[in-house]
Design a protein around this ligand. Sequence first.
Ligand code: ADP
Ligand code: ADP
Ligand code: ZN
Ligand code: ZN
Length: 875
Amino acid sequence: EPSAIVPTEVSVQPDVRVLGAREHNLQDVSLSVPRDATVVFTGVSGSGKSSLAFGTLYAESQRRYLESVAPYARRLIDQAGVPDVDSITGMPPAVALQQQRGAGNARSTVGSITTLSSLIRMLYSRAGDYPDGQPMLYSDDFSANTVQGACSECHGIGRVYTVNEQQMVPDPSLTIRERAIASWPTAWHGHQLRDVLVALGYDVDVPWQDLPRKDRDWILYTDETPFVPVHSRLTLSESKAAIEAGAEPSYSGTFVGARRYILDTFANTKSASMKRRVAQFLTAATCPVCHGKRLKPEALSVTFEGFDIAEFSQLPLRELITTLSAVTARIEREAASSGAVSPRAAWEDRIAGGESPQASTSDVRPTVRPAPEKRAAAVQLASGVLQRLRPLVDLGLGYLSLSRTTPTLSGGELQRLRLATQLSSDLFGVVYVLDEPSAGLHPQDVAALLGILDGLKGRGNSLFIVEHSVAVMRHADWLVDIGPGAGEHGGRVLYSGPPDGLADIMESVTRGYLFGGRGLPLRTPREARSWLRLENVTRNNLHDLAVDIPLGVFTAVTGVSGSGKSSLVSQALPSLLGDRLGRAVLADDEPVSDESLLADAPERLDGRIAGPVTGVRRLVVIDQRPIGRTPRSNVATYTGLFDHVRRRFADTPEARSRGYKPGRFSFNVAGGRCPTCEGEGSVMVELLFLPSVYTECPDCHGTRYKASTLEITWRGRTIADVLSMSVEEANLFFVGDEEITRSLAALSDVGLDYLRLGQPATELSGGEAQRVKLATELQRAQRGDTLYVLDEPTSGLHCADTDRLIAHLQTLVDAGNTVVAAELDMRVVAVADHVIDLGPGAGDAGGTVVAAGTPAYVADKGVGASAGYLAAALQ
Ligand code: ADP
Ligand code: ADP
Ligand code: ZN
Ligand code: ZN
């Protein structure tokens, strides 16, 4: 009968559907991808993967979220840009984990971004061992970022800055008028300070060493800032005479002591060169009170398993696990063996809790055992910490410590930290949108990453991953391949389905790498022209390392994450060779950090180059650091091609007749730029409780220029039009203009055809920034005596882009130069001339040369994490 007919349950897999996406280069794309699955977006750089995953899917999810929590933000969000898409349905709330350098806050650490630090502070507060008679502290007392926790001597910085007389006055036989005080400002401010001293009654025309001690100390060290009328450029006696005669003062000026001038300038100046100048008179020393531990003495007196909290925070995460597991196991064992709490144990507990042991019946003080509450707290907090630590160690980050500051982490490390932190949150039903989570991971570590990602999916989340790693693509439930090319040659969905089906899509560049073809042809290794021997190299986890680097060939330095590749390639080598050659030519001249300016950076690099350096005259470091930190720097300005472009505009008859010089066409100096946004093209809007939003400048509409500047055209285009051209478009536009097309061709050679000339440096990925630097270098004439240092040059690149980049590096070597690159892609390592495999593990378990030789030799030796993968790549 009818009631017996039960309709079959149709299991409808909920889908995310996108209709008509047109963000950036996307060509009206429609597709649907499954939820609760791992969806991997592939395609060459610039094909539109991020525009779809981040620019459309994530942006839309974010917009809906912001709208729901802050209706008033709607107008601002609309201005900031709603993704250009007809509709998106079925999209769950999204969490984006993008790659970005941990720039900015130097006080942010592994502990703070994983929130482990607050748990550890709680652990010390509740379950730490206190010295007799010391009251318990609150967890904030263990934070150097709070007033109550910070060491009062160094204010929680761990270092104190000092000045001394020898540095400020290097030649005491000079008079003040002769600039005895070398640390004083030059030019008018220096004259003013001297005039004020005269007005205050000091003699500035006797040698410094002949001034009374009291006067010298006051001039150098006073914190008083007297404001007095001054007669300019007089001697002491002339000045006295002038005052007696009642002469009109030239002006009134303020005196600032020499030390105070240095400290204030260092702390407050916005000018990098001023900062550099005063830094040479400052010495940083470890704080004598907290010994660099940044906390007040009471906090440091509390220990857990014998470590104070600063020491505990410096242990590798791996060791924290060992220590905390031992503690919880021991406490549980003790509780089990003691059964119910005996009166004796309770009594002992009261003693441990701070009561005096007068009632003791023996001379031996009872073993102090934690009170039950304290034991419970210790177990509970330690278990919480352990639970959060495990995913971090699984992701190959066990070598980091809680105290490690985020600016010293790579983008990949930072992203994996955030990923592991997500894993210990209990979110489910969200989409994680990830940007190349395998970046910086050795193939061996990728397996662990996939495990973590499966864990997130298993809890009912969806994963949208932009990736280049073939291993991650193979692991996907669903693949979305975008392309076939970059920019306007891409932006189409070539394939959306289970990975296997991509095999039939002939148009796809990804296909070739996923199914068979190896791309880079194997080659016979070149012979070294000569060798550079580094000895006693000590830095981070490298201890007294000796390593030979062949010159005139391409060397790949490999090893698991944390094994020491960057320490060797990006730190030790450039610093040692730079010292020898005079000066390392950094491919960028961004302002240096406060730390590195000061005389004794805490980590002194040890090591030397044995023997003479022959055949290398220049050192060029091409790293992934941003090419500029403000939107004012862009591809056109960085490569120098914008100078030529501005000259073309200034040379037009209309510009000449109006008297516009090349500077008129700059957006970095006042003149032709839009005064509202000062040439940035956007203005920042602060939102209460929400991240600030950049919106298009209302006056220039993002063009960055005044209307009058835009009246000048060259070949029918304005300067703003030129900035919005892609490299490829500009190449056609400037055809025949050698000076400009040389730079453009170099950018195109490294696969950056799709970049817009005006694309702000801040919008470039680390890999793109690195390739811009490489292009800038390639456009210079080659001399064949340069050593290029690159840190993971292929991270962030599609296999096809990797192949192009490596082909270019090989031409540099063919021209006689040397390339040394940290590299994890075994396809690339296989075509190097020489391999240095570091390891065997990460952190303290790494830092040695496991094997060195030709790729075939290192693969054959069969030791180390790389050998097996390298052997496979050599097939
Ligand atoms: P992928 O992630 O595949 O490397 P993207 O999605 O980043 O590619 O870029 C696709 C295209 O969109 C490129 O041509 C790029 O130059 C362009 N594009 C990227 N970001 C912007 C932006 N903020 N404004 C305009 N165009 C952009
Ligand atoms: P790789 O490049 O092979 O991933 P790194 O050279 O970055 O390895 O790191 C090697 C070891 O040195 C790791 O234990 C890492 O935590 C440590 N380390 C690297 N940079 C710093 C730094 N700036 N400060 C402290 N420790 C560092
Ligand atoms: Zn201190
Ligand atoms: Zn403007």
